[in-house]
Design a protein around this ligand. Structure first.
Ligand code: NAP
Length: 318
């Protein structure tokens, strides 16, 4: 090929368009009825990504149990999810308390039977420089994200081992489990622990027929995001040389290798696959659904901006 050929080739090159759009809402990748007769318990299933995951199981016939602390929000999510066809129970619970965790399983069993699928989606998070983090902030995020996930998983495992039945656990993680998460020391440490639990328990419980996998969302904005996390997205959308944050999906899209953010239903589809009969030999694995954002490296490193500066904080003073 000559340079002239190359030039005319380049003239015809289209601008990059990113990864194609996902299938439309309301569709499923699995056969209808895949989860008929299966009880699926989703922590934090009353909001955000947890609700989106619950919705995809419901479309495939599952009976749902959603559990979290805020009763009102749970009830309204229950009514919304019930519109998809299946039965839904909403059980208030703080997953940090092992006795309340046992009560959720009792309530699920009384309503529909022992959950065959557990999705540990509940977590807590907010950005803070490590030097400013209070003991309470650390404990609260680690207790909910890691300890709560363990208590839920242990109760699920105990009941299945007793009953001699198989099951599937999906722990919702975060990619900073591998990379560390500047500005999120508590959550990144907790998510690394969650990923470790996936690998440990898959081996411990494989002999009993219990699969344990992880599932990591990328940037998937949703209407229930907390103000802290929404503020972080606004910062992500702002050019680094401007301090005024600009909201908007176009700015966020252009910062992803996929040239778009993810949609919550794409996480839901992945969850329904991981717990399905088509993924029975997948266990101990953590699947990242983020359009390769976590693999991103530039040819040129961007200028370092401290976490304090990114959060607009004054220099640290005791
Ligand atoms: P979110 O909006 O912060 O929702 C967290 C959910 O957990 C809420 O439903 C909350 O309900 C529940 N929860 C919190 N503390 C609880 C407790 N002590 N006991 C029981 N339930 C509790 O989170 P999200 O954005 O939907 O994210 C869902 C999962 O994806 C999380 O594991 C998160 O770490 C992970 N993730 C999200 C993103 C993203 O882009 N959104 C990216 C990476 C990873 P109550 O307040 O009613 O308790």
């Amino acid at each position: 090929m000559t340079d002239a050929d190359n030039e005319s080739e380049n003239d015809r090159t289209q601008p990059p368009r990113g990864l194609p759009a996902p299938a439309p809402p309301g569709t499923s990748a699995l056969p209808g009825g895949t989860y008929d007769g299966t009880v699926v318990l989703v922590t934090g299933g009353g909001s955000g990504l947890g609700k989106a995951i619950a919705a995809e199981f419901a479309r495939l016939g599952a009976d749902l149990v959603i559990a979290s602390r805020k009763e009102e929000r749970l009830k309204s999510a229950r009514d919304e999810l019930a519109g998809l066809g299946g039965r839904v129970a909403a059980v208030p619970c703080d997953i940090r308390d092992p006795e309340r965790v046992a009560e959720v399983f009792d309530a699920a069993q009384a309503a529909f039977g022992l959950p065959g699928v557990l999705v540990n989606n509940a977590a807590a998070n907010f950005p803070v420089p490590a030097e400013d983090m209070s003991p309470n902030a650390w404990r609260s995020v680690v207790d909910i994200t890691l300890t709560g996930t363990f208590f839920m998983t242990r109760e699920f495992g105990r009941r299945h081992l007793t009953a001699g039945t198989p099951g599937s656990v999906i722990n919702i993680g975060a990619s900073y489990a591998w990379t560390g998460g500047p500005g999120f020391a508590h959550s990144a440490a907790a998510k690394a622990g969650v990923k470790s639990l996936v690998e440990t328990l898959a081996v411990e419980w494989g002999p009993y027929g219990i699969q344990v996998n992880g599932l990591v969302p990328g940037l998937m904005p949703h209407e229930d995001m907390t103000a802290d996390i929404r503020g972080n997205l606004d910062r992500a959308a702002a050019p680094m040389d401007e301090r005024e944050p600009r909201s908007g999906s176009r700015e966020l899209d252009s910062r992803q290798p996929a040239l778009r953010v993810g949609t919550p239903r794409e996480l839901g589809w992945a969850a329904t696959f991981l717990a399905s009969p088509y993924a029975r030999f997948i266990t101990g694995h953590t699947l990242v659904v983020d359009g390769a954002n976590w693999q991103r490296r530039g040819l040129v490193s961007p200028e370092v901006v401290t976490v304090r500066e990114q959060l607009g904080r004054e220099p640290f003073a005791r």
